[in-house]
Design a protein around this ligand. Sequence first.
Ligand code: TYC
Length: 111
Amino acid sequence: MSDIFRFDIEEQTLTKEKVKLKRPSKYRVIILNDDFTPMEFVVWILQVVFHRSRAESQQIMLKAHITGKALCGVYSHDVARTKVIQVQQLAEQHGYPLHCTMEVEEGEEES
Ligand code: TYC
């Protein structure tokens, strides 16, 4: 929050205007389970696209496998969108139905 002071010459008054500054929204990228994509491919995707360690990638993959979805990371809108597209392209190139989505962080407004 910052204040802008405006001096109005005609009215000879000093007014204070509140300006709300919004932090850019952050987006969660979520990987979704399916019955066909090999586990090892998902682990590879998590390492290559999301720069996760092998151990982290195995844990994330297993979480998605068991619960249906798992968090890959939290990014700005453009980075999240690029990662979703990269996953989609790599999955398509290899003929797998692997999918991921992005959703705005809780408590953040979509801008
Ligand atoms: N369920 C897949 C299998 O049994 C593996 C898998 C895990 C696929 C996580 C997608 O996000 C995923 N081969």
